[in-house]
Structures are given as C-alpha cells and as structure tokens.
Design a protein around this ligand. Structure first.
Ligand code: SF4
Ligand code: SF4
Ligand code: SF4
Length: 317
C-alpha cells in the first residue's frame, strides 16, 4: 500500500542507533507514527537531496483542500497600517514559503573536498519541541499535538501574525480575506489566517507518511520517534564528518538536518528573506520569563476564541 507505514523512510524505533544508514530500509509498525504520545521527528540528510521539488509539488497537491479561498474585495482595514496579504493570484510561487506553498527548496553552492558542489535544502516549519507560535498565540489557534506536530487551526486564527513574529524562522504566512475575522471583526482583526506545514498530521493519524516524504525519490527524509532520530543524526554526522541543525535550535526542534558542511557556511550562501528561512543558531526563545508571562496573560483569550471558532465551524457546516 503506497505511503503506508511499511515504507522504507520510516524508522523502526529501538534499532535506529545500531543500524543508522540501513535504518531507512526497515519496516515499521503503524503504531510507531500513529501513537499520539510519541514525539515524532524527521531527519533530513542534505547530501541526498537533488532539488527535484517532487516534495514541494506533493505538499501543494495533498494540502490543496486546506489552502485558502479568499473572499474579494477585502474589507477595508482600520488601522490602515494592517496591510492585506494576498497570495491567491500567486499560487504557483515555490521559491519561498507562502500560504499556498508550505515547503520550499533552498540552494547553496559550497566547496566539498575542493569541489564546487550544489546542495539543496528542503525548508518548512521546524516543529519546535516547545513552539513559541503555539504558546504565544493570543487566540489558541496554533496547537501542538501530543506527537509534537504544531498546526494552526484555520477556523480559529484571526491572522494577527503573532505566531510569525515569535517564530525564529518567520515560518507562518498570512492570507487575507479568509476565516473568522470576516464574520466577527472584518475591519479590526489581523485580517486573515496564517498558514504553514502541519506535517500532514491527518495523514499521520491515518498511518500514512507525510506527502513530502512519500514523494521523495531519494529518501531524503526519515520520520520516527525523536530520540531515535537524534541518535541516527549523530551517527550519520559522525560517519560523514558532518554537522547537525535542529537538535538544540530554539530549545530543540522535531526537524533535524544533517549536512556535510557547517550550517554557518550554508546560512551564508542561501538566499534568505521573506518566506526564506535562515540557518543561524537559535537560542531558546521560550526560556525567557517575559515570554512565558505573556503566554499566561493571553490564556483567557484563547478559550474565548476557541469557542468562537467552534461556532464558526458549525455555521460553515
Ligand atoms: S518553526 Fe516557527 S512555526 Fe514552526 S513550530 Fe517553531 S515557532 Fe512554530
Ligand atoms: S509534512 Fe506535509 S504539510 Fe509539511 S511540508 Fe511535508 S507535505 Fe507539506
Ligand atoms: S523530493 Fe526529495 S530529492 Fe526532491 S527536492 Fe524534495 S527532498 Fe529533495
């Protein structure tokens, strides 16, 4: 059955450390990724990526039912400094993250053993272990599942972009003219909904692989229990004399990259900017007491918004 959990990109827990590179060929029990209590992480072996963008296409196709269909014209906003963000006529853009493109490929030309080499790096939400986007969302629209996946509930999000502001990689992307704000605060709310990779949480719940992993012809990504993925990353890094990104960034993420060249070097040469995340070292943003205090203050709003979101969802149905 294509895409089911017996595929070789899945890591058999417990055997990973011993088997490292061979691990991607191991079968796995469905319970390994459908077990909601298990923190799931992905390992991306940058050496293997050929930049074919099959993963990008698969992500767009599988997730298209979740993409925004905005109402136009957009309501006029007060204050006017809240600008509309409209990607609905640019759905084909793939060289950066947008509300319609949750995965993009970065290019880096580097020298490896004296030879000029082009590396390609798939970029999407890092799925932080302690995600500031979730903890600091004023409306409780961003959620973290027990298996470590973070996602934004489009029925609750008001598009205020707090999640993007607190994300060290500026991952979530806003589309105007869609969501709850149109019904409750069409001129005053954040004007839209934020979108990002949800690590195909619904496919995982059904025992299927995330679409980008299933589509990759080079088995760049491996998904499995975080502890095993970390062991595997260390083993691989040791074997290729390589470098790890994501184990400790922002206090640890569930997306672990292994590269044959230092990430400082990759970060220097990749195109960075809006929708194009960096590869810098990131301190633990949630370790700051003021952030945690802010999270507690906003908690009551989250309950109110969740209730409004439920009503909105029912009215849509
Ligand atoms: S990378 Fe950004 S959007 Fe993704 S979980 Fe971390 S804080 Fe949230
Ligand atoms: S995990 Fe799913 S949503 Fe995330 S980039 Fe891959 S295909 Fe897209
Ligand atoms: S499908 Fe695989 S090889 Fe192709 S760009 Fe995506 S991760 Fe790289």
């Amino acid at each position: 059955m294509a895409g089911k959990v017996s595929r070789r990109s899945l890591l058999k827990g417990g055997l990973a450390a011993a088997c490292t590179l061979a691990a991607s060929t191991l079968p796995v029990a469905a319970s390994e990724i459908t077990d909601e209590r298990q923190q799931l992480a992905t390992l991306l072996d940058i050496r293997k990526c050929v930049g074919c963008e099959a993963c990008v296409e698969a992500c767009a196709e599988i997730n298209s039912p979740k993409h925004p269909e905005p109402h136009k014209p957009f309501p006029k906003m007060y204050p006017t400094r809240v600008k509309a963000s409209d990607w609905s006529d640019k759905r084909d853009v793939t060289d950066r993250l947008t509300p319609y493109n949750w995965l993009s490929i970065q290019h880096a030309t580097v020298e490896i053993n004296g030879e000029e080499t082009e590396l390609t790096i798939p970029r999407r939400c890092m799925h932080c272990v302690n995600p500031p986007c979730v903890k600091l969302c004023p409306w409780g629209a961003a959620k973290q599942l027990d298996n470590g996946i973070s996602r934004i509930d489009a029925d609750i999000c008001l598009g205020g972009s707090k999640c993007k502001k607190v994300c060290p990689w500026d991952i979530p992307q806003r589309q105007t003219g869609v969501g709850l704000y149109l019904d409750i605060l069409p001129s005053f709310a954040g004007n839209g909904v934020m979108y990002k990779c949800d690590r195909c949480y619904d496919r995982i719940a059904d025992g299927e692989l995330p679409a980008c992993i299933e589509a990759c012809p080079e088995d760049v990504q491996t998904i499995g229990p975080r502890e095993e993925i970390i062991k595997m990353a260390h083993h691989l890094a040791q074997e290729i004399n390589g470098y790890i990104y994501g184990e400790n960034e922002n206090g640890g993420t569930n997306t672990i990259y292994v590269s044959p060249v230092p990430f400082e070097e990759l970060n220097r040469v990749v195109t960075k900017g809006k929708g194009m995340p960096h590869l810098e070292p990131v301190r633990d943003t949630m370790a700051q007491a003021n952030n945690l205090a802010a999270a507690m203050i906003i908690a009551p709003f989250a309950g109110m918004a969740a209730a409004a979101g439920k009503i909105y969802k029912r009215s849509k149905e």
